[in-house]
Design a protein around this ligand. Structure first.
Ligand code: F6R
Ligand code: ZN
Length: 191
């Protein structure tokens, strides 16, 4: 079908009423990404828990297209570190992305290959523009789901390998019951 379409998010969980692809990432997909490897292995041994889900629409991977969908990060922690997405650079580094937070609370943690970093708070009603060159990872610091709508260019592609290798410069951890952004002591080393 190649006609303009709408989709409906008018339900409490913001699950679209139509989509082409449903990605489910469990703990297994995040091996090496959490700082507390002992906590990670203990959780995985007990249950390969579902961490986040993405609902996507199939559109051609061409510059004129805008890929879009819904990302849902569930609440929880591995050790002190909140549940989060893998995070990535876009393969075409000079491509950007827009996020709109529909539900929950958290941060978008971002960084550039040049060494800059930023963390943007996500709350319902907040929109975020992730500039070209900035790797991005959603982190859920709340008690419920963190739900965002995302839109990015069709030709962006995903480079997961760089983050798998070096991690993000900053981690979001719970300290005295509140989220705090701290240095990643393992940044740059092979995870
Ligand atoms: C697309 C994008 C989001 C993420 C989604 C899951 O470029 O940034 O749609 O893909 O939030 O995160 P990742 O892809 O890092 O597993
Ligand atoms: Zn992206």
């Amino acid at each position: 079908m190649d006609t303009p379409y709408t989709f409906d998010l008018n339900n409490p969980d913001f699950i679209p009423d139509r989509y082409d692809n449903h990605i489910r990432r469990t703990l297994t997909a995040m091996r090496g990404q959490y700082l507390d490897t002992a906590a990670f292995e203990a959780m995985l041994a007990a249950d390969d828990q579902l961490l986040y889900e993405v609902y996507e629409f199939h559109r051609p991977h061409e510059p004129g297209e805008l890929l879009h969908g819904i990302s849902i990060v569930h609440p929880g922690k591995v050790g002190d570190e909140y549940f989060m997405t893998k995070g990535h650079f876009h393969t075409v580094l000079d491509t950007s992305e827009v996020y709109y937070c529909l539900k929950g609370e958290g941060y978008m943690v971002m960084e550039t290959p040049e060494g800059d970093w930023a963390a943007a708070e996500l709350r319902p009603g907040k929109a975020l523009y992730v500039l070209p060159r900035w790797a991005h990872r959603s982190v859920n610091t709340g008690a419920g789901d963190l739900v965002t709508l995302f839109v990015y260019p069709g030709n962006a592609g995903h480079d997961y390998g760089t983050i798998e290798q070096q991690g993000f410069r900053k981690l979001v951890v719970e300290r005295d019951g509140r989220p705090e952004i701290v240095d990643n002591p393992r940044w740059g080393s092979k995870q």
